[in-house]
Design a protein around this ligand. Structure first.
Ligand SMILES: N[C@@H](CCC(=O)N[C@@H](CS)C(=O)NCC(=O)O)C(=O)O
Length: 223
């Protein structure tokens, strides 16, 4: 029998947070190994657990999976959160990639020495490029694709909450997206994940940034 799911990452959001969200929605219990030292990372490397020397890594069903999108797709497929057919799936993937592009910009902010111009760019991209697409997609539809909850819906909720943390009030121009958020938070597993004390991580702080930089030997500015 496959053991419990174990997430190997930092004690912070980064590229693992969408995986935490999806597992929570699929109601899969998981444990976390938080890397705090370079030695822990080197141990994973020497064990051959990190194919491309990168985390996230997730132990699941007897495998050690890497590459966050591959991990998300595996969990989504397994838990019926990846559409009913090939055409739905490609739409889900298109939405999901767009959402991840926006979330990645926010993810990189704490590692940016001069975040103000990046923040302004994120604001205009969210408002003019990404949110209008999703506002339209959820108008008259409960979910993004095929009338069925998918990984893209889960990521869209995660993303809109992240953007709102940076720009409170941004949703005022997107009433249907706001309603979508409201519907999604009614899903019991999501309601529980949004409660304090869940495995959802807070916004990155100085400790998180310092830990990531030390463990991965990152020097600023990033290339
Ligand atoms: N495409 C990979 C990228 C993973 C990635 O960039 N991981 C960072 C931490 S968030 C890392 O391990 N960097 C170490 C390195 O690249 O040497 C994914 O989505 O999982």
């Amino acid at each position: 029998m496959a053991g419990r799911v174990v997430l190997h990452y930092f004690n912070g959001r980064g590229k693992m947070e969408s995986i935490r969200w999806l597992l929570a929605v699929a109601e899969v219990e998981f444990d976390e190994m938080h890397m705090t030292t370079r030695e822990q990372y080197e141990k994973l490397l020497s064990d051959g657990a990190l194919m491309f020397q990168q985390v996230p890594m997730v132990e699941i069903d007897g495998m050690k999976l890497i590459q966050s999108k591959a991990i998300l797709n595996y969990i989504a497929e397994k838990h019926n959160l990846h559409g009913a057919n090939l055409k739905d799936r490609v739409m889900i993937n298109m939405y999901s990639e767009g959402i991840m592009d926006l979330m990645e910009m926010i993810m990189m902010l704490p590692f940016t020495p001069d975040p103000k111009p990046k923040l302004d760019n994120i604001h205009s991209k969210a408002k003019e490029r990404y949110f209008p697409v999703f506002e339209k997609a959820v108008t008259g539809h409960i979910y993004l694709v095929g009338g069925k909850l998918s990984v893209a819906d889960v990521q869209l909720l995660e993303c809109t909450l992240m953007v709102e943390e940076k720009f409170p009030g941004i949703m005022a121009d997107f009433p249907n997206l706001k309603s979508f958020q409201g519907r999604m938070t009614q899903i019991p597993a999501i309601g529980r994940f949004l409660q304090p004390g869940s495995k959802r991580k807070p916004q990155p702080d100085e400790v998180y940034v310092k830990t990531v930089m030390e463990v991965l030997n990152i020097k600023l500015p990033l290339p």
